[in-house]
Design a protein around this ligand. Structure first.
Ligand SMILES: [Zn+2]
Length: 138
């Protein structure tokens, strides 16, 4: 029963999307991936520079200096992690688009509302499943 409902509903979303729409989505995801990739590479290079400076400076450090450097480094690596995360998500969404599963929730298999995809093109679950998962994780 539930499967049938999902299939019928699916016709309005992933299955019912025109080739033009799919091409549009693909374009959005691709440019998103490229932006994230560039930002990621930049953050990596930045982080690398930071480390080189740190190694060079380490000899003459006082306590306060090394404290602020640690904070800077932490911020840099959490940025890198966040970018990598988002890049992987965009990649994943592109993969799902090729598989024909894009636009359907990974949790409940129902179509993700188009309005949500417009805001979060790489969303792979509906709002309900996402908040369920976050509640469990938190
Ligand atoms: Zn769901």
């Amino acid at each position: 029963m539930l499967v049938n409902e999902a299939l019928i509903a699916g016709k309005g979303a992933a299955r019912g999307r025109s080739a033009e729409e799919l091409e549009q989505i693909r374009e959005i995801l691709r440019s998103r991936f490229e932006v994230l990739n560039a930002e990621y590479e930049e953050a990596l290079a930045e982080n690398h520079k930071l480390r080189l400076v740190e190694i060079g400076d380490a000899a003459g450090d006082d306590q306060a200096d090394s404290g602020s450097k640690t904070a800077e480094r932490d911020a840099a690596s959490s940025l890198i992690r966040a970018l990598l995360d988002r890049r992987t998500q965009a990649e994943h969404a592109m993969q799902r688009l090729e598989d024909g599963t894009y636009g359907n929730c990974e949790g409940c298999a129902k179509p993700i509302p188009v309005e949500r995809l417009a805001v979060f093109p790489s969303a792979t679950s509906c709002v309900a499943c996402k908040s369920n998962r976050e509640r469990r994780a938190g």
